[in-house]
Write a protein that binds this ligand. Structure first.
Ligand SMILES: [Zn+2]
Length: 592
């Protein structure tokens, strides 16, 4: 299918950003002038509160316009990558933005230098909306080095990412998997498929052929992994943080306790629930021995559920009805105002995302193919877009963008409301079992697996910070041990399990994975309360969405009446999982 064959109502309307070339050029000229004004003010913008206020306003204008220009180019290029005119606009905007980053990198340093005076300005009412953002900048003062040292470490930036680059560049030719005498191609995508095969020999072969490559090159992977751990440890040390974890949570403005709370809940208190699920798998699959490569065999036949875009909106509106009329009005707006580019076509970028800016609509790029996964992705991205819409319309620009911690809450609340609706309204026991199973697997990945990854990453960082050598033996033995505790005694681990850690990219992201767990936990707790009829929860949840990024993630979540440091939300989230598991048992026995 080509773009021109798609009816216009199913494409996003980028003319609402720029109706013509002139309007694009006008903004580009304006943003260029703003950059010059900001540069001119380098030595004067902190000297009195009027200058400072005017500078911040100009900086907002500059960033807003630049994001608008960028949003237009990147959305347009993603659907028409072969349009050379768009590509050159994109290149122009990117070059301008990069140059701006370099030319304007004095701003934070100047603010830190003048922090005592600026703290005084902040007590004036007109700075109210800037307080959180400016304090976040000033807070870095104790981690800032002398100018000379800063310049010195800046020179190491380019090589500090070498470990990740080497990791990303390694590609293998895996040995094929033999199925009925025929050799089948193996890569990451087909591995997922082979692990779902009913024949154990196929699963075992696929697992082996895949991970034996990682064992062959174990010293290379141990070096890249140890390299990234060491880099984080050195960064933390020279910037005077207590630990690599301390440095990571600092940038997210969350307390270290949050990380440990998530690990304690998922890896200790509630882990037996995951073991119960594995026992149930063993029983349902009727296996004498359950190996780790057996865990992906579908317990339920894949559904042939089909849904067209227009019907999808009806389902979405019903599923999200508990969030109230105002929320649904924004969902309707998204369709009426053409925020969404629905269908896949030749050359269009794959995948899905919600992406917009303060001065544009919160657009969505989809590759909708009429199945359940498409429906679920659509409601997920709508969660992000409604969040952005509410944040942008209720916050000043400076407080409008929000961190990943809170972002995934908005999308996961929607996804969870959808799957609950699907389970409650399934037409047959098969369909019901399918939706419950989907959600169980989804919960396993987010609630249980990510915190296990988190623990592994934490221990590696600890070792690196203590200058302990990280050989492949140390790394793989640790991973095998944590995996056995994770899967439980019922699951027999393959000898290559320890080496499977070398395949996972997330360990290169500096404590990233536990953020997904928090998003899911909070979302499940919120949905549970809403569906239990807690009217106040809806109002406080919407208030949270409207608050954008105006405070720390923990304070924002408290607006939604969830305290991520309190056991309550974890109890709610894991009891949701327990309940689902119970329903699954009953449905599967009913089906038999
Ligand atoms: Zn998302």
């Amino acid at each position: 299918m080509q773009r021109k064959d798609i009816s216009i109502q199913y494409t996003f309307d980028l003319t609402t950003i720029y109706p013509d070339n002139q309007s694009f050029t006008a903004d580009f000229d304006k943003v260029s002038r703003l950059k010059e004004d900001l540069k001119q003010a380098k030595d004067s913008f902190t000297i009195n509160s009027d200058n400072f206020y005017a500078f911040l306003k100009n900086q907002d204008e500059y960033s807003k316009l630049l994001e608008k220009l960028y949003t237009y180019c990147h959305l347009a290029c993603d659907v028409e990558p072969e349009n050379q005119e768009l590509q050159s606009l994109m290149a122009k905007v990117m070059a301008f933005a990069n140059q701006g980053n370099v030319e304007l990198n004095f701003i934070d340093l100047k603010i830190i230098e003048a922090s005592e005076t600026i703290n005084g300005y902040l007590s004036e009412d007109r700075f109210a909306s800037y307080r959180y953002a400016i304090k976040e900048i000033i807070k870095f003062k104790e981690h800032l080095l002398s100018e000379e040292n800063e310049q010195l470490i800046a020179q190491f930036d380019a090589i500090s990412s070498l470990s990740s680059k080497v990791f990303d560049s390694i590609r293998f030719d895996y040995e094929p998997v033999e199925i009925n005498g025929k050799k089948e191609f193996l890569n990451a995508a087909t591995l997922t498929r082979f692990l779902k095969n009913k024949d154990r020999n196929v699963r075992k072969q696929a697992y082996h052929n895949f991970f034996q490559e990682y064992r062959k090159f174990e010293n290379t992977f141990a070096t890249t992994l140890a390299g990234i751990m060491k880099k984080d440890a050195i960064y933390a040390k020279i910037r005077k943080f207590d630990s690599p974890l301390g440095a990571s949570v600092y940038h997210d403005d969350v307390p270290e306790d949050l990380f440990f709370k998530i690990l304690e809940m998922a890896n200790v208190k509630y882990r037996p629930l995951f073991h119960q699920y594995n026992s149930l798998k063993k029983e349902l699959l009727d296996l004498d021995e359950l190996c780790n490569y057996d865990l992906n065999i579908p317990l339920v036949n894949t559904s042939d559920y089909k849904v067209k875009v227009d019907d999808a909106f009806e389902i979405i509106k019903t599923a999200l009805a508990p969030l109230g009329k105002d929320y649904l009005k924004i969902i309707e707006k998204s369709k009426d105002e053409r925020w969404i580019d629905f269908y896949p076509h030749e050359k269009k970028r794959a995948g899905a995302y919600s992406g917009g800016s303060y001065l544009t609509k919160p657009f969505i790029l989809m590759n909708y193919v009429d199945d359940y996964n498409s429906l679920s992705t659509l409601i997920h991205e709508l969660g992000h877009s409604v969040h952005s819409y509410l944040s942008n319309s209720n916050q000043e620009y400076i407080n409008s963008s929000y961190r990943i911690f809170v972002a995934e809450v908005a999308s996961t609340v929607n996804e969870t409301l959808l799957i609950n609706h699907m389970i409650a309204n399934a037409k047959t026991p098969e369909q019901k079992a399918y939706f419950i199973y989907e959600q169980l697997e989804n919960c396993v990945g987010l609630l249980f697996r990510q915190p296990m990854y988190g623990e592994f990453e934490y221990l590696l960082h600890q070792k690196a910070a203590a200058d302990e050598p990280l050989s492949s033996k140390t790394i793989t033995e640790l991973y095998a041990k944590l995996s056995q505790e994770y899967f439980g005694e019922e699951v027999k681990l393959d000898g290559l399990t320890g080496h499977s850690c070398y395949y996972i990219p997330h360990f290169y992201y500096n404590f990233y994975v536990y953020k997904y767990t928090l998003g899911m936990t909070v979302a499940l707790a919120i949905v549970k309360r809403i569906l239990d009829g807690d009217k106040g929860q809806v109002a406080s949840y919407l208030e949270f969405l409207k608050s954008g990024g105006s405070m720390s993630p923990v304070d924002l979540l408290k607006i939604a009446h969830v305290d991520p440091l309190d056991d309550g939300i974890y109890n709610d989230a894991f009891s949701y999982f327990e309940n689902l598991l119970q329903q699954f048992k009953e449905t599967m026995h009913e089906k038999k």
